[in-house]
Ligand binder design. Structure first.
Ligand code: PMP
Length: 402
């Protein structure tokens, strides 16, 4: 019987897979654009976009075509040799970020690691900090990934419990407060790493002027401003990068997720020569980073964002969606935080039940922390598709059912 197929897959995954996630009970077997299907053929709208890795939608034809064409030529060379896709791709990403140079990795957290390593090396070799004394300042509530260096930046008990000892030389300050950064700075401070909008924390938008003040503070104190745009980058917030909301240019861009169009893992950092030149042959790298398949896919993924005006679309549909959400009649709803199609809806109670009910209604989304639902559909969503979802969301989230 059809339903048993999904149940069986879930059972199998639970039996043989590690339990390091708590997924909604839905199995995705096919996908196209904003839509996904389970093995029984039930259709759902994806309102999570793989945590903003699918900004271009599922299986965008142009990106899939680039993948197929490249797969027929060469897929992996390692960096022991040059490959014909790496040059054009680094040039494209350099142009996009306005930076001199690009260093490719695969996942977001590897790009975070790369940025931290770049900052430390820069502190010793350019700033003149004494060996092993470099400090990094991070903002509480952050999510920079799951490696030991990244969780060393975190203050989330769920992400850090029993993983110590942690990487030393890290200071954690409140997000959104410039004064605490000023107090944390010492002559050994190498960098401040920050998400321009905190994603996993629940779409936390810092107070206006914060990013600009951090930028100024970093410049005044000869500290690198590292912007983790892994989740906010590539049009998600209604700008190509969320730092643009305050016209701020970081020293190091950290990118991932939608950089690979949801088709291939692609991440990178971009920075100017004075920083990137601290890397010398043998000092850092990755077997898969900058592979031809990744570069070809990422070039297509960037082109899709530009050709389909996804920055503008995210901004306009984000405003439309947010207006609709604000009209929901539910006095347990305590806050709506939004920039483009990057939206957090907070309640004064856990929202898992809502996510399950939305799934039953055909809309897939996920709680971030207990009390916030994140809505982040693929940016290729049409207004008609969004209207369809709004109707379902309105029904599920309204206290009195219309
Ligand atoms: N930085 C930020 C801001 C993120 O949101 C994430 C993933 N949610 C990461 C880094 C880590 O990316 P990945 O899971 O690809 O390692």
């Amino acid at each position: 019987m059809a339903i048993e197929k999904s149940d069986h897959i879930i059972e199998q995954t639970n039996a043989y897979g590690a339990h390091n996630y708590h997924p909604l009970p839905v199995v995705i077997a096919e996908a196209e654009g904003v839509w996904v299907k389970d093995p029984e053929g039930n259709k759902y709208m994806d309102m999570l976009s793989a945590y903003s890795a699918l900004n271009q939608g599922h299986r965008h034809p142009k990106i899939i075509q680039a993948l197929k064409e490249q797969a027929d030529k060469v897929t992996l060379t390692s960096r022991a040799f040059h490959n014909d896709q790496l040059g054009p791709w680094t040039k494209r990403v350099a142009e996009l970020t306005g930076k001199d140079k690009v260093l490719p990795m695969n996942t977001g957290v590897e790009a975070v690691e790369t940025a931290i390593k770049a900052a430390r090396r820069w502190a010793y070799e350019v700033k003149g900090v004494e060996e092993n004394k470099a400090e990094i300042i991070a903002a509480k509530g952050n999510f920079h990934g799951r490696t030991l260096n990244a969780v060393s930046l975190s203050n989330d008990p769920g992400a850090t419990k029993h993983y110590g000892p942690f990487v030393p030389g890290i200071k954690k300050v409140a997000y959104g407060n410039v004064e605490v950064i000023r107090e944390a700075i010492t002559p050994n401070t190498a960098a401040m790493i920050i998400e321009p909008i905190q994603g996993e924390a629940g779409i936390i938008i810092p107070p206006e002027g914060y990013l600009q003040a951090v930028r100024d503070l970093c410049t005044e104190n000869d500290i690198l401003f590292i912007a983790d745009e892994v989740q906010t980058g590539f049009a998600r917030t209604g700008k190509m990068f969320a730092c643009e909301w305050e016209n701020v240019v970081p020293d190091i861009y950290v990118m991932g997720k939608a950089m690979g169009g949801g088709v291939f893992p692609v991440s990178a950092i971009a920075a100017d020569k004075d920083i990137m030149d601290v890397f010398t042959p043998g000092s850092h790298g990755s077997t898969f980073g900058g592979n031809p398949l990744a570069c070809a896919v990422s070039l297509a993924a960037i082109e899709v964002i530009e050709e389909e005006n996804l920055v503008k679309k995210s901004l306009e549909l984000g405003e439309y969606f947010t207006t609709a959400l604000r009209a929901i009649d539910n006095d347990d709803l305590t806050a709506i935080r939004a920039r483009g199609l990057f939206i957090g809806v907070e309640f004064n109670h856990p929202v898992r039940k809502y996510c399950e009910q939305l799934k039953e209604a055909g809309v897939l989304c996920k709680e971030t922390h207990e009390n916030t639902i994140r809505f982040a559909p693929p940016l290729v969503i049409t207004k008609e598709e969004l209207d369809w979802a709004i109707e379902k969301i309105n029904y599920v989230l309204s206290k009195e059912k219309p």
